[in-house]
Design a protein around this ligand. Sequence first.
Ligand code: AMP
Length: 216
Amino acid sequence: MPISRPLTLALSKGRILEETLPLLERCGVVPEEDPESSRRLIIGTNRQDLRLLIVRATDVPPYVEHGGADLGVAGRDVLMEYGSEGLYDPLDLGIARCRLMVAGRPGTDFTRGRPRVATKFINITRRYFAARGIQAELIKLYGSMELAPLVGMADFIVDLVDTGGTLRANGLAPLETIEEISSRLVVNKASMKISHRRVRALVDDLAEAVKAQESL
Ligand code: AMP
């Protein structure tokens, strides 16, 4: 019998890691060291057949699609922006909840004229404005989108909003929700076939953990 290689689960540091670890713990999976503070990018767990891969949030879909990881946890925002056709997407983990929103100065109207919109979610934003028949000028940024309207570079931003505190602190207000966001478990298509039993067992265990967490 060949020894099967461990399943690899790709996670990103921050909210996703913080909120995924308790779900994994409910499934009996505990990392060998604290992934948040460790500099290691591959972290073993108490289960010999499962290890964690620590990658940037936006890199989770390509790692899983191209077989660098068997499974991953990614925000719906990241999946929508990347395009998730190459992945299975079997489970909403219900974690890292927030909204993807259009924001701008309070009371402004982003449906008029040719708004300048700064965002890192360029594909989602392009589709959203096109579907509404609005000819927007898009500016791709990699972070701190709230700054763009403050310096007059853009009229609106598209960004994730949780409490709204970041927007308020920068004189901006949420104007419209594009999508409700939570993180999802994604699975490599080949792994789902080749390691079906082990992958299915983990998906089922995580689904139970999500249910248990939500009933608290
Ligand atoms: P808040 O001030 O609570 O509305 O949080 C907004 C800031 O946190 C923005 O910079 C967002 O990009 C970031 N943020 C909020 N929720 C999430 C999430 N679920 N995943 C990643 N970033 C988030």
